[in-house]
Design a protein around this ligand. Structure first.
Ligand SMILES: Cc1ncc(COP(=O)(O)O)c(C=O)c1O
Length: 365
């Protein structure tokens, strides 16, 4: 059996380093807003080419606090892709604004700039550009369109730490970028955690207040805030893992190249990698019109897979829009996508077995 993902392999390999870091935090007994968090913020911000990093409780909170700090609220519209993880849109609802969905580019499944242009109205306050699966959205075009209209850009880089567009890291293009350190992400904590990065000083300062009860100094609460800080234990774990991130990303990219070589010419759509993009393969997601039968055949052959995502965001019961004509590419993607095992510890031999199983499975569907 080849698992879709096996985090135990990662933790087995670096357990000694993690335990030393954990011991350091216990020794200091500083658990919230301390030196590990500060150091992690500086390290991640530098990687993203941004001036500030602000650690928060999750990627979802990063999005929610980013929107609040950018002044998004009731009466505002926020453009977001119709195909993503639900948080790229639910956080817009959390701040009282209205998500305006746009369909995605069928090649990269990123939001389509032409759709963004059509969706802009005088009420548009922000655009959420999602770098889905670790592949960049065409962020220069999105930023260009938004800036021309005085609209803010939030990069949802939850899946894309380390990816670049035109050689420049994601996270430094928009007004704010949001990262998730959910355990299965390319840089994953041992629990929930997230971070915002931004080069806008006033946004950084506002988010620092928002994550800490709206506190402007010791117990001076100037606005409604939240309790959403990235704690010291998670920061220490993440700093250990950050030392390995480049090697892990290289391993993901090598696996992707191996899959491409071995799956070439099969009746299967492989993930695109735009010439201007450096994809970090958070997911290696292929497409097949008989996805469910294909997934079942792979499962029968002992290969674990996953569907990211089985419904487009507006089609989720939360939003309840079942009209497929409105976002045809998002609906088509939701029926066709299938993610193959692609994690740094997967061996070349296992990848070759996956590729052989894909060949065999395709003959059965
Ligand atoms: C694209 C995208 N946005 C936002 C999130 C939310 O991050 P978290 O799970 O850390 O709240 C995720 C992670 O699941 C994601 O994949």
């Amino acid at each position: 059996m080849i698992p879709f993902m096996d985090l135990m392999r990662q933790h087995e390999a670096i357990k000694g380093e993690l335990l030393v870091a954990l011991e350091g935090v216990l020794q200091s007994s500083r658990f919230v807003l301390g030196p590990e968090g500060q150091a992690l913020e500086a390290e991640v911000a530098a990687r993203c080419g941004a001036r500030h990093g602000i650690g928060v409780g999750s990627g979802t909170d990063a999005l929610r606090l980013a929107l609040t700090a950018l002044g998004v609220g009731p009466g505002d519209e926020v453009i977001t892709p119709a195909f993503s993880f639900v948080a790229s849109a639910s956080t817009i609802v959390m701040v009282g604004a209205t998500p305006v969905f746009v369909d995605v580019d069928p090649a990269t499944l990123a939001l389509d700039p032409a759709g963004v242009e059509r969706a802009l109205t005088p009420r548009t306050r922000a655009v959420v550009a999602v770098h889905l699966y670790g592949h960049p959205a065409p962020i220069d075009r999105v930023v260009g369109l938004a800036r021309a209209r005085g609209v803010a850009v939030v990069e949802d880089a939850a899946q894309a730490i380390g990816a670049t567009w035109d050689g420049r890291p994601l996270g430094g293009w928009g007004d704010v970028a949001c990262l998730s350190f959910y355990p299965t992400k390319n840089l994953g904590a041992c629990g929930d955690a997230g971070m915002l990065v931004t080069s806008r000083d006033e946004v950084a300062e506002h988010v620092r207040r928002l994550r800490h009860h709206g506190d402007s100094g010791r117990y001076h609460h100037v606005e409604l805030g939240y309790c959403s800080r990235l704690d010291e234990v998670q920061a220490a774990m993440l700093r250990v893992k950050l030392r390995h991130l480049d090697a892990w990303t290289d391993a993901r990219r090598r696996l992707a190249a191996r899959y491409r070589e071995r799956l070439a010419g099969l009746p299967l759509t492989l993930p695109a990698e735009h010439p201007r993009a450096r994809h970090v393969y958070h997911l290696f997601t292929v497409r097949h019109p008989q996805r469910d039968a294909f997934a079942k055949a792979l499962a029968d052959l002992g290969v674990g897979t996953a569907v990211h995502y089985p419904l487009p965001v507006p089609g989720q019961p939360l939003f309840g829009d079942k009209d497929e004509r409105r976002y045809p590419e998002a609906w088509r993607a939701s029926r066709e996508v299938l993610s193959l095992p692609c994690f740094p510890e997967l061996t070349d031999a296992e990848a070759d077995d996956v590729a052989a199983a894909v060949r065999a499975a395709l003959e059965r569907v």
